[in-house]
Design a protein around this ligand. Structure first.
Ligand SMILES: [Zn+2]
Length: 209
């Protein structure tokens, strides 16, 4: 069994071929692409309406397990129009195999309050909105809604920092599972449709847990 990538490798975002990625999914790593609204406290009043809208645009299909309450969905028929895969020809698995729970599906997370989801593997220090320098000790300087920068002495809201696409602060997330950083990117058409559905601008990041 292949071990996780050595942390000694400094190259922050190795471009990984999906065949390599497929081999790596046998480890315990979880790699996802997250879409989230720019407005951190944005939430939908009625989740079923939001789900229905995502099904109507073909991003998601039906719920994976109707018995469970978790908001897990199969990818919809327009999924590959919205998410563009890079590099070598992708061999994307859209359904679980006999003993394989690792496949590409979509989770909807609606949280009681805004939360920072950040990549634990391949982490990147966020850049301060005032001095634009990386705040390396941000985890020690973080409160519920802000981070203090020792370099310039300013405290700023978490969402004002530049997380360099490896973290996001929001209350609502659309998680696409089994995607490595930069392996696939959401197309502008999808971000536009999400904006039209919600009335809020959308953005994305990658997470390796
Ligand atoms: Zn600063």
């Amino acid at each position: 069994m292949k071990k996780a990538v050595k942390p000694a490798k400094i190259n922050p975002v190795p471009s990984i071929c999906p065949t390599e990625a497929a081999a790596m999914t046998s480890t315990h790593s979880q790699n996802s692409l997250y879409l989230y609204p720019a407005q951190p406290d944005f939430t939908v009043d009625h989740l079923p309406d939001f789900i229905h809208a995502l099904q109507a645009i073909g991003l998601i299909a039906h719920k994976i397990d109707t018995e469970k309450t978790a908001q897990h969905y199969f990818t919809g028929e327009k999924y590959l129009d919205y998410i563009a895969y890079m590099g070598c020809a992708p061999s994307i698995q859209f359904e679980a195999g006999a003993d394989n729970e690792k496949f590409c599906f979509i989770k909807i997370h609606q949280l009681p309050k805004p939360q920072l989801i950040h990549s634990r593997k391949q982490p990147r220090a966020p850049h301060c909105p005032h001095c634009n320098k990386p705040v390396k000790n941000w985890q020690d300087k973080k409160t519920a809604a802000s981070i203090h920068c020792d370099l310039c002495g300013n405290s700023s809201a978490i969402e004002k920092f530049n997380w360099r696409k490896m973290a996001g602060y929001a209350q609502l997330f659309i998680e696409v599972t089994d995607i490595f950083p930069k392996e696939a990117t959401p197309q502008q058409a999808l971000l536009d449709k999400l904006a039209a559905i919600t009335g809020s601008k959308w953005q994305y990041f990658y997470s390796c847990q």
